[in-house]
Design a protein around this ligand. Structure first.
Ligand SMILES: NC(=O)c1ccc[n+]([C@@H]2O[C@H](COP(=O)([O-])OP(=O)(O)OC[C@H]3O[C@@H](n4cnc5c(N)ncnc54)[C@H](OP(=O)(O)O)[C@@H]3O)[C@@H](O)[C@H]2O)c1
Length: 331
């Protein structure tokens, strides 16, 4: 049977496996321009939690009873498109299906000889580009400055920390376990890592880890962690609003300190962005990331679960901190 995974119901609060349903799917016949593709790697990403709710956002919600969709690397098994042949690999925003028919105009060819296929969903894909453009364009880190990143052991965060290091900054990470802290320091050149589960007073912990204050904050998580970082920013600090994962399963609008007074007193910048804002510059970003990988300045980690059926569990794992680096499913 060809399996697909549907959104069974919309979660209120924490997403569980009950919100997904695995069912059989018919494979349609190919029209001119179509490809039959077989999923190889499927990405799970925090933003997909937003699409499970029926709220207004920068991308439309998933429909109940319809397949989930997201980043997929797939092998072409049959082609009626002149630009593709069987055996080639493509990247696309595809349905959570083992096999599916897609028009060739909706996917991009990827080269498995240039980088491991899974990298096109991670360091050379959306998370890597998010790290690169958010940090470079909004953070504008300068040599000698202190850059702090939350969600530091994740797909985006571990790239942010390494780029900040390449730029000559002191790099402090915030992550959710001692093991993550150890890996970030030993393998990814972080100067300090704070395990937020172990610290009762995060404002003090950040002060201690950043004795010269915070010049750039790359915010992946929001909530209490970001409130504490804000207490430690320097004059002219830049705060990059990339993600707010600590709030994605909240049922209430969060209430916290109002940041305006701090931003005003510190002449600081706080700016949000969505990676598609930089779509025109993606080739430049990929070129730079590939360059740093080749020079040995940038490395990466992946947490890969096996089997199509593990997709819901993998997705939920993002909110439990189960990944180090990019979380993926190998079908
Ligand atoms: N703006 C954009 O265009 C854009 C693009 C891509 C991603 N993003 C955002 O960037 C952030 C990171 O994405 P990613 O793909 O790199 O995910 P990720 O960091 O690989 O995975 C999620 C991590 O978030 C941490 N986390 C989960 N719940 C948390 C909580 N309640 N409080 C604090 N940390 C929590 C966990 O690590 P710990 O064990 O450390 O808690 C978990 O491993 C997300 O917020 C995502 O939405 C934004």
């Amino acid at each position: 049977m060809n399996k697909q995974i549907l959104l069974k119901s919309r979660p209120i609060g924490m997403v569980t496996t009950d919100h997904f349903e695995i069912v059989a799917d018919d494979i349609l016949s190919l029209k001119e321009g179509d490809l039959l593709v077989k999923a190889k790697y499927i990405s799970v990403d925090p933003y997909m939690r937003g699409r499970m709710s029926d709220t207004d956002s920068y991308v439309a919600p998933f429909e109940v009873g319809k397949p989930i969709e997201g980043g997929v690397i797939a092998e072409v098994t049959e082609s009626k498109h002149p630009g593709f042949k069987a055996g080639e690999f493509v990247l696309g925003n595809l349905k959570w299906k083992e096999n599916q028919v897609v028009n060739g105009s909706l996917v991009t060819k990827v080269d498995k000889n240039l980088a491991p296929l899974s990298y096109y969903l991670g360091i050379l894909g959306m998370p890597g580009l998010t790290a690169y453009f958010g940090l470079s364009n909004i953070g504008n880190p300068q040599p000698g400055e202190t850059v702090i990143v939350s969600g530091a052991a994740g797909a985006v965060g571990m790239v942010v920390g390494q780029i900040a290091h390449i730029k000559g900054c002191r790099v402090v990470g915030i992550a959710g376990s001692e093991n993550k802290a150890k890996i970030l320091k030993e393998q990814f050149n972080f100067d300090e890592v704070i395990n937020y589960h172990e610290k009762k007073d995060m404002t003090e912990a950040i002060k201690k880890a950043c004795p010269d204050g915070v010049d750039v904050y790359y915010d992946n998580v929001g909530g209490d962690i970001s409130d504490a970082v804000l207490q430690n920013i320097n004059k002219q600090a830049r705060i990059i609003l990339c993600g707010q994962i600590s709030l994605y399963n909240s049922t209430e609008t969060p209430v916290g300190p109002r940041p305006q007074v701090t931003l005003l007193k510190k002449s600081a910048l706080m700016k949000g962005f969505i990676i598609s804002d930089y779509v025109q510059q993606f080739p430049e970003g990929i070129k730079q990331l590939v360059g740093w990988i080749k020079e040995g300045k940038l490395t990466y980690n992946e947490t890969i679960l096996k089997g199509f059926d593990s997709l819901p569990q993998a997705f939920i794992g993002l909110f439990k901190g189960e990944n180090i680096g990019k979380l993926l499913v190998e079908v």
